[in-house]
Design a protein around this ligand. Sequence first.
Ligand SMILES: [Zn+2]
Length: 181
Amino acid sequence: MLKIFINPGHDMDLDPGACANDLREVDIVLAIGQEVKNIMEGIGYPCQLIQSDNLNGETAGKPNVCGTANASGADVFVSIHCNSAANTSAKGTETLIYNIGGKAELLAKCIQAQIVNSLGTVDRGVKTRPDLCVLRETIMPAVLVETAFISCEEDAYKLQLRQRAFATAIARGITDYEKLL
Ligand SMILES: [Zn+2]
């Protein structure tokens, strides 16, 4: 049984993340992350959740997320975010990984497919982002899920009203991945 580490992005005090369409990324990703935790724990998977603002490095005075995850013995690390763009027609789901060719790519593909299939979001694919701290400094397969674009009205509507479906899709992506190991 995999141990799951869930990392909703941004911070209630320091950084709300992307804000648009009367929504804040920090609130949406925490709600989705807590629901992923509820679902996974409900089917017997040990889970830990820390929200954090550390895409570019650990935040002083806050729990060290990568260090905590690495010490926890977690088997997978899933960071949850919303995307945003100046062009309000940009939309869809993408999943970010440190590099191609490892277990993280497999996990990313499983989560990406579940979200696109169940939410009907545009499939923007799996992309490498070696600059992101949470992908670079974690020792287990790690992915950062850009659920949908908060800046696009159509996606924002889903992010507001279909949080449970996003969570279910992420949870199913994790269990799909486990079956492939
Ligand atoms: Zn974010």
